[in-house]
Design a protein around this ligand. Structure first.
Ligand code: PEP
Ligand code: MG
Length: 582
């Protein structure tokens, strides 16, 4: 019996799960070395040639697909990859290494390719440094082909596991099959990183911020993930397991009671109705949204249609996805947010250049206004789907008026095109924008004249207000949703919306945090949009509260100097009304 070990991290997705650990190290791709005999050399070289030919075919196919969806410029990267596969000097060196060291082809290729890349990366010229990155990329693909693996990443897992990793990207999580990845724990990451958001959306217990974890957990270890308190237990004892069995049973009973609220209204004790809608990342999430009792979709993060693949979804593919969600959500509305790639959601082909500050960089509407070809494909698809249900459109990361006006002009261009083509669409479709940058909140009164609604993206609004990266666990203590400055920006936005007669929602993670529900109701928010898993809890919270008392709480909070004091006040109210949920 190994003795039990406990690690404390930050709980980001509730639930308890026990399983076998899979330690995922995507960057450590050194293939195992095996020694071969002299008489196996020819066979090994033949295997290498086959893998090179297969890689070549894959690259050509990818090149063509990407050229079609993204254009010739973005497809250029595959031409560089092709040059690596066809580099006679490199391949010759691999063969010599294989013969000299009597080692397997994957080890020989990896060793030589990495030596090449290292010497190129050391050169001043950025051209050569880019070639080094190409060699790393293509080397991974060739080694995968030699090992007979179809893709890298978590999609290789075939049986249920708890994934242990330094970090997971949203592209990794986009590929997760929830029957296979039953829980995950990472060393890095914050509560509102997109990986954490994805875990909640998939309903997988998850913990982040578990420092030095990889050094302490071996592959295949028996682990228990407590996604409520953020504790990971390695080699749990019999006693721990029985305690957790009891806890799990009481949580399940609570969930059952919450599902009974499905058909009830999210209205406060004194009659203020708060629209409670769901955040979704994939079209199939609409099912869970509906069974949670959501009044439609408040945020469809469409970029997840683009992640985990090298090409882009076509207009047809997107139209079908949006129709499926809009039709299922009827009679309720679906707010489709246009593409928000960038930041921590990097597209394999579109984001080839490394940015110093990706969250302040080429992200969301900034990508779309530059790549209008990609933007228009999506806008046309949204418009085409709009006759199949109640669709509203929303633009992310708007920092100033020219961006909003440009986005609306491109939408108008798409409407004109569809009209000329005789394709029907909803002319009255509401247009909204996200308020997630302080500059937008500060001029919300001006924006309010140009849109039909606001949705506060508090995940970003908090990080941009307090200058604390939402995914960086080292400064997580500074990432304070109850910071007085955040409250004032929310209040400013609500006041601007009220004055212009438009509605305002919250679709960031604050919307699903039941400790903060009294504050948001008190600040005058009309709609809360959150993950389906937490939605029944938010409904219970709203139904237990009194809007007038919430307004009093908000007024007092706006006078506070310190975020932790505001948080304590919110906790006190929440505890009085629904302490059993906390
Ligand atoms: C937000 O920023 O709060 C938001 C909802 O958008 P995302 O989390 O996708 O950045
Ligand atoms: Mg955002």
């Amino acid at each position: 019996m190994k003795s039990e070990l406990r690690f404390q991290g930050v709980a980001v997705s509730p639930g308890i799960v026990r399983g076998t650990a899979y330690v995922y190290r995507p960057d450590e791709d050194l293939p195992p070395r095996t020694t071969i005999r002299d008489d196996q050399v020819a066979g090994e070289i033949a295997r290498l040639q086959e893998a090179l030919a297969l890689t070549r075919r894959q690259i050509i196919e990818l090149h063509d697909r990407v050229r079609e969806s993204l254009g010739a410029n973005d497809a250029e990267i595959f031409e560089a990859h092709l040059m690596v596969v066809e580099d006679g000097v490199l391949i010759d060196e691999v063969q010599k290494t294989l013969k000299r060291e009597l080692c397997n082809a994957e080890h020989a290729f990896h060793t030589v390719a990495h030596r090449y890349a290292k010497s190129l990366a050391a050169l001043e010229d950025p051209y050569f440094r880019e070639r080094a990155a190409d060699i790393h990329d293509i080397s991974r693909r060739i080694v995968r082909n030699l090992l007979g693996r179809t893709t890298g990443g978590l999609s290789e897992l075939k049986t249920p596991h708890v994934v242990i990793a330094h970090n997971l990207t949203p592209s990794d999580t986009a590929q997760i099959d929830r029957d296979i990845v039953i829980g995950f724990c990472t060393e890095a990451g914050g509560k509102t990183s997109h990986t954490a958001i994805m875990a909640r959306s998939l309903n997988i217990p998850a913990i982040v911020g578990l420092h030095e974890l990889l050094a302490s957990v071996e592959n295949g270890a028996d682990v228990l993930v407590d996604g409520y308190s953020g504790v990971l237990i390695v080699h749990p004892s019999e006693e721990t397991l029985s305690q957790y069995g009891a806890l799990q049973a009481s949580k399940a009973a609570m969930e059952m009671r919450l599902t009974e609220l499905r058909e009830t209204a999210s209205t406060t004790q004194d009659g203020r109705h708060i629209i409670l809608s769901a955040n979704i990342e994939q079209p199939e999430d609409i099912e869970q949204a509906q069974s949670s009792g959501a009044e439609g979709v408040g945020l469809f993060r469409t970029e997840f249609l683009y992640l985990g693949r090298e090409d882009l979804p076509s207009e047809e593919e997107q139209t079908a996805a949006y129709i499926s969600v809009a039709a299922a959500a009827r009679p309720h509305a679906v707010i489709i947010r246009t593409l928000d790639l960038g930041g921590d959601k990097l597209h394999d082909t579109l984001h080839t250049e490394t940015e110093e500050n990706p969250f302040l960089g080429w992200r969301a509407i900034r990508v779309c206004l530059e790549r209008t070809d990609i933007f228009k494909t999506q806008l046309r698809a949204i418009l085409r789907a709009s006759v199949h249900g109640s669709i509203k459109i929303m633009f992310p990361m708007i920092s100033g008026m020219p961006e909003l006006r440009q986005a609306k002009a491109i939408l108008e261009e798409c409407r004109g095109e569809l009209e000329r083509e005789g394709v029907p669409f909803d002319r009255e479709m509401e247009i909204g924008m996200m308020i997630e940058i302080p500059s937008a909140a500060m001029i919300a009164d001006i924006f309010a004249k140009e849109v039909d609604f606001f949705s506060l993206g508090t995940n970003d609004l908090v990080q941009y207000t307090v200058a604390a990266d939402r995914g960086n666990e080292h400064i997580a203590h500074l990432y304070e949703p109850t910071h007085p400055a955040v409250l004032r920006l929310i209040r400013k936005t609500v006041e601007a919306a009220n004055a212009a007669g438009i509605w305002v929602g919250v679709c960031g993670e604050m919307g699903g945090d039941i400790v903060l529900t009294p504050l948001l109701v008190g600040l005058g928010i009309d709609e809360l949009s959150c993950g389906s898993a937490v939605l029944p809890r938010v409904k219970r919270a709203v139904r237990s509260l009194d809007a007038a008392a919430c307004r009093k709480l908000a007024a007092e909070a706006l006078e506070c100097a310190d975020g932790s004091e505001i948080l304590a006040r919110c906790e006190a109210v929440a505890r009085t009304h629904y302490g059993d949920l906390l």
